[in-house]
Design a protein around this ligand. Structure first.
Ligand SMILES: Cc1ncc(COP(=O)(O)O)c(C=O)c1O
Length: 392
């Protein structure tokens, strides 16, 4: 039987009566953009995350854009962000006219390396944007301390990590802003594009709210330039149906991750990443004795496993394993094959591959396996059996 990397159909099928009802409610209301459905979802999201304010916006990308604009970040400013992440993080920094300053990553948690970040701060640095990659929080105590010492604003890109916790607190609520994506593949997925901005700062929330609608306040009067970053009522209604099930989805993802680690961890040449190794200044040219390194959730983190991402060690081995899985009908994905500092669009920044050795190395090693909540356990066994058969 084929094992899909992701299948959104079973989750939606289980909720079909409620989704239909919500759809019909919006259809009959005649109110399709912002309005009561969006406000209701925003209140539920604020309650769920513990943020003082939640603002529904059009996507996770627009959430980052709104946060940067609300903080007044623009030309001449530098913003620290990881190189090993999805494009939107740095793309938005560049879109507001600021300069993304890339930071290397930790090979254990895949998140921003704070020692490297410290070394890249200049008098122009205005903000730092950690990304809670694959569903696990970045090291926020150290990061917030660094931000305080250098007077930096903090935008947490929590696109992949809604519901994840850091020392008991929800990610996205620790910095000035948290940004969330409800892209359908995320742990809380809309039936289209959607996103949200979280903040505990009422003045910043007000600014973000006005920016969401062309910087307009009151109607047709513009003190500032914003955009159309509005959330559709239909998406808010769909998300309101799914949010009460979110913790159940997380439990299933955790169970799936634990099963992978249990099964794969027994194979020869496989080790689980060691939380003790997280921190600064790992040498990226270090020889790794294992052939596969499994991901780990730090004890102080509530990981929500948006991805289960292995490191496949050895030149060409990741591609070979992926081909081996594909030949057996097993889906997998490479998040991300090229770090941002090596992307053509950022060539003008003058970065060389070796400037961020771990970002460069991880891009050649990572492979994500199917982990969606409804994935049957026997399909996980099938993936593990296929990996056990992988030669070498
Ligand atoms: C880390 C990260 N940031 C930002 C985004 C952008 O979110 P969206 O696709 O909703 O615009 C994503 C989505 O894939 C992401 O993974």
């Amino acid at each position: 039987m084929n094992v899909n990397l992701l299948d959104l159909k079973p989750q939606n099928a289980a909720l079909e009566p409620e989704l239909r009802e919500a759809f019909m409610r919006v259809l009959r209301s005649g109110h399709f953009i912002l309005g009561p459905e969006v406000e209701r979802f925003e209140r539920s999201l604020a309650d769920f995350t513990g943020a003082r304010h939640a603002l529904g916006v059009s996507s996770g990308t627009d959430a980052i854009l709104v946060a940067l604009m609300a903080l007044g970040i623009g030309p001449g400013d530098e913003v620290l962000c990881p190189s090993f992440t999805f494009f939107a993080t740095a793309g938005c920094i560049a879109r507001v006219g600021a300069t993304p300053v890339f930071v290397d990553s930790c090979p254990v948690c895949f998140n921003l390396d704070l020692c490297d970040a410290t070394q890249r701060i200049t008098p122009r640095t205005k903000a730092i944007m950690p990304v809670h990659l694959f569903g696990q929080a970045a090291e926020m105590d150290g990061l917030l301390d660094l931000a305080r010492r250098h007077n930096l604003r903090v935008i947490e890109d929590a696109a992949q990590a809604m519901g994840a916790t850091y020392r008991g607190k929800q990610v996205g609520t620790l910095g000035d802003f948290g940004t969330i994506s409800f892209f359908p593949t995320k742990n809380l997925g809309a039936l289209g594009d959607a996103g949200a901005v979280l903040t505990n700062d009422t003045a910043l929330f007000e600014r973000a709210r006005i920016l969401r609608m062309h910087g307009m306040e009151p109607k047709y009067y513009h003190q500032t330039i914003g955009g159309n970053f509005r959330l559709d009522a239909l998406q808010a209604a769909m998300l309101s149906v799914k949010l009460p099930h979110f913790n159940g989805y997380t439990e299933s993802r955790r169970r799936n991750a634990a099963l992978y680690t249990e099964r794969l961890g027994k194979l020869p040449g496989v080790r689980v990443a060691n939380p003790q190794d997280c921190g600064c200044a790992h040498a990226a040219d270090v020889k790794e004795a294992a052939r596969l390194v499994l991901p780990v959730a730090y004890p102080h983190n509530g990981h929500i496993w948006n991805q289960y991402t292995l490191r496949v060690i050895g030149e060409g081995r990741r591609e070979a394993l992926r081909a081996h899985l594909t030949a057996r009908g097993i889906g997998s994905e490479i998040y991300y094959p090229l770090p941002l500092h090596e992307q053509a669009c950022f060539a003008g920044l003058g970065c060389k591959p070796g400037d961020f050795p771990w970002a460069h190395r991880l891009s050649g090693e990572v492979l994500s396996l199917p982990i969606y909540p409804e994935l049957p356990a026997d399909q996980i066994e099938q993936v593990c059996a296929a990996i056990a058969d992988f030669p070498g």
